[in-house]
Design a protein around this ligand. Structure first.
Ligand code: MD3
Ligand code: FE
Length: 203
């Protein structure tokens, strides 16, 4: 089913379930080449969420700032190629949500373990915010919170489950959002882990 969360934001519950096996196999290949790592913020804090990327560009953070880079700073190599099953899921979801011609050039992969969180933030490192962001949740469920264009705007909370896909476009593209500390649990495929894929047009 298709649920509108905010202006331009569409939740497709269970959209990724039919391809979960392909996604997880591809994910293992990616992280064998570009390992999950805890990046450091410009302010000097180590993020609790571990990250990797695939596609032509990857999101990176270090003491000098946030940016997109074609190269994994851990290996000096390009990020792994975006698997066909990732690209198809992201494009199909964008189309269902009303965004045609979405061609992501970056996929940020977040790995949460119990207690890991992502503080309230905006995604504004992309040069083309007229394109949506497609997010895919796998593994343990999480509470997702999002507000408005100002940090102080009231937040709404949603539970995101394994297989849920959210497309963030239009006005919602720049809304503040975050993930409070992950509750412990056990997922049949992913154990005590939540994975989130976000597909972006960064360049
Ligand atoms: C709302 N990831 O990687 S995905 C991120 O679950 C990020 O790992 C979270 O926020 C996660 O930047 C949330 C849902 C999401 C992604 C992008 C958005 C929500 C968004 C952009 C604008 C508004
Ligand atoms: Fe974000």
């Amino acid at each position: 089913e298709r649920e509108t969360l905010a202006e331009g934001a569409v939740l497709l519950r269970g959209e990724a379930l039919s391809v979960e096996t392909d996604l997880l196999a591809a994910l293992s290949e990616i992280t064998a080449q570009a390992a999950f790592r805890n990046m450091v913020t410009p302010g000097g804090f180590t993020m609790s969420v571990a990250m990797s990327n695939c596609g032509p560009l990857g999101w990176v953070s270090d003491r000098s700032g946030y940016r997109y880079s074609p190269v994994d700073p851990l290996t000096g190599q390009n990020w792994p190629v975006m698997p066909e099953c990732f690209l198809k899921l992201a494009q199909d979801a964008a189309t269902k949500a009303g965004y045609q011609n979405f061609i992501p050039d970056a996929c940020l992969i977040n790995r949460y373990e119990p207690k890991n969180k992502l503080s309230l933030h905006q995604d504004k490192d992309e040069k083309s915010p007229e394109h949506p962001i497609v997010s895919v949740s796998l593994g343990l469920p999480a509470t997702f919170q999002f507000g408005g264009l100002k940090r102080t705007d009231a937040v709404l909370k949603y539970a995101l489950h394994h297989g849920d896909v959210v497309v963030w476009g239009g006005p919602s593209r720049l809304y503040y959002h975050g993930i409070p500390p992950l509750k412990d649990g056990e997922h049949p495929l992913l154990g005590r882990t939540r994975i989130n894929l976000t597909f972006r047009k960064a360049a």
